[in-house]
Design a protein around this ligand. Structure first.
Ligand code: S3P
Length: 432
């Protein structure tokens, strides 16, 4: 769908962004393999999480979903049934990688596919450790790409030293050890998001974390529970940056997830000089959340790299836009993982922002961005990547003249009501 967008004279108001995507996926998956009923509030009814529901229904789990509430009749890990249909994960990397970890425990055969973007994303990072621990997996190019097929089995004690800081890899390996004889542990170069560890505990499992290593003992079962999903900080990020860079703006985002493995965007915006207020912090013992208010700010360029990268990996497209409005130079490095996201996000960010006249250069592991006085409306394309689409829509709000955005419906993957909420915050949608 082609959308036409224009500069706005300010964004003002307060809103609740949709539920966290990572937590919503896990709530459905863990609820499905738990014993008893799980209820979920604040679920993200985006395309990716609906793909997860669809896959677990195909394995015999009864799941009722209506808007942001879900009820799952868990079948226990041994109660999943062999799917007669192919499990289609759509656009969702989290669904396929975590589900492979779960399927490593089940003795039946399953076949997994996804959309054109998933077909290009590397799966060896998960299939290699699972194979190493004895799971039968095959797929295109020796198990690196979909279609994949898996037959799980009895697994033993296993330690994996992951070369990448990836919660999808860490989670897949940990989940593959749920029925193992002995302990499963994963060490990563930097700590990635820890929603799996936190939520497994909420389902009654014991998970140990020591430094950059997470581990669990096999033979544990999950017990159905209630999960409250906070707002997704990765979705809030679009309005945090919009509020900071669009003149005459003040936006309050309510109940945004503040898990410290995800708050790199807050640290970076504060270092860049953004005027942010964080209040009403709650939920410290499970998944913390808070209200965040942002006001129009003078930003300055900074260097972003190292351990903070996994804490803001999904926010780099919108941080790049913020950097076009920041004095001096912003350098983003150590972020080669961007190349294997829904699109190659180094290329898509750089090429699309250049169309607005931004001074941005791709590097091998990131980008270098210099301030641009006024972005110019352009003909842009989401490339089917939800986060690229939303970043471009915010860029359009700031740019002189008109911007067209092709494939704008990609935003429904993680933020089905993004354009409605953007409109709600516009006092006047006029060219300036
Ligand atoms: C996710 C982990 C991240 C992130 C993705 C969601 C998760 O991927 O980019 O959007 O829910 O575990 P990696 O773990 O591959 O970095």
């Amino acid at each position: 769908m082609l959308k036409t967008l224009r500069a706005v004279s300010g964004l003002q108001g307060s809103l609740r962004v949709p539920g966290d995507k990572s937590i919503s996926h896990r709530a459905v998956m863990f609820g499905s393999i738990a014993e008893g009923t799980t209820t979920v509030n604040g679920f993200l009814p985006g395309d990716d999480c609906l793909s997860t529901i669809d896959c677990f229904r195909k394995m015999g789990v009864s799941i009722e979903q209506s808007d942001d509430t879900v009820k799952i009749e868990g079948k226990g890990l041994d109660g999943l049934t062999e799917p007669s249909e192919i499990l289609d994960v759509g656009n969702s990397g989290t669904t396929i990688r975590l589900m492979l970890g779960i399927l490593a425990n089940t003795p039946f055969h399953a076949c997994l596919i996804g959309d054109a973007s998933i077909a290009k994303r590397p799966m060896k990072r998960v299939t290699a450790p699972l194979r190493e621990r004895g799971v039968a997996i095959d797929g295109r190019e020796d198990g690196n790409f979909v279609p994949l097929s898996i037959r799980g089995g009895n697994t033993q004690t296993y330690h994996y030293n992951s070369p990448v800081a990836s919660a999808q890899v860490k989670s897949a390996v940990l989940l593959s050890g749920l029925k193992a004889e002995g302990t499963t542990s994963v060490t990563e170069p930097y700590t990635s998001r820890d929603h799996t560890e936190r939520m497994l505990r909420a389902f009654g499992c014991e998970v140990q974390v020591s430094g950059k290593t997470a581990s669990l003992k096999g033979g544990q079962s999950l017990k159905g529970t209630h999960i409250e999903v906070p707002g997704d900080i990765s979705s809030a990020a679009f309005f945090l940056v919009a509020g900071a860079i669009i003149p005459n703006s003040e936006i309050t985002l309510k109940k945004v997830g503040m898990n410290s493995t995800r708050t790199g965007i807050i640290d970076v915006l504060q270092q860049m000089g953004a005027d942010l207020t964080i209040s009403a912090v709650e939920g410290e013992d499970s998944e913390p959340y808070a209200d965040i208010t942002v006001r129009t700010s003078e930003l300055k360029g900074i260097e972003i790299g190292g351990e903070i990268i996994p804490r803001l990996i999904d926010e780099i497209p919108i941080i790049a836009l913020a950097a076009t409005q920041a004095s001096g130079t912003t350098v983003i490095k150590d972020a080669a993982e961007l190349k294997v996201k829904e699109t190659n996000r180094i290329d898509t960010v750089v090429n699309e922002l250049k169309k607005f006249g931004a001074d941005i250069t791709a590097t091998a592991d990131g980008m270098i961005i210099k301030k641009t006085d006024r972005l110019q409306g352009a003909e842009t394309h989401s490339h089917g990547d939800h986060r690229i689409g939303m970043m471009l829509a915010i860029a359009a709000c700031l740019s002189e003249g008109e911007t067209s955005l092709s494939d704008s419906q990609a935003v429904t993957v993680s933020y089905p009501n993004f354009f409605e909420q953007l409109e709600q915050l516009q006092k006047e949608n006029i060219g300036v």
